[in-house]
Unconditional design. Structure first.
Length: 94
């Protein structure tokens, strides 16, 4: 499913993304999709099975470019891990 999303968004949604940047993970790979390109982000490659830890890795990476990061999950593990790792992520976490 993620492979389809990456391919479809890269081919068809470029004009609609505007200034939005979307990061999509598939297996150990992560892709950055913008209105102009789709790029494999090697810094976000991760062998962890749990998406919870992927989210924290993405948040840490996002703070290099943004001052605020929004994490959306109905899993309380994400909240607990984010609280524990907040001191290592120099951004506002929401």
């Amino acid at each position: 499913m993620i492979t389809f999303i990456v391919q479809d968004w890269t081919q068809h949604l470029n004009d609609q993304l505007g200034i939005i940047t979307v990061f999509v993970s598939r297996g150990s790979k992560c892709f950055k999709i913008t209105s102009t390109s789709s790029t494999d982000i090697t810094a976000l490659q991760c062998s962890q099975d749990e998406p919870d830890t992927h989210m924290i890795l993405h948040a840490a990476h996002a703070c290099e470019e943004f001052c605020s990061v929004i994490l959306v999950s109905d899993d309380t593990d994400v909240l607990i891990i984010a609280m524990a790792m907040k001191s290592r992520i120099p951004a506002n976490l929401y």
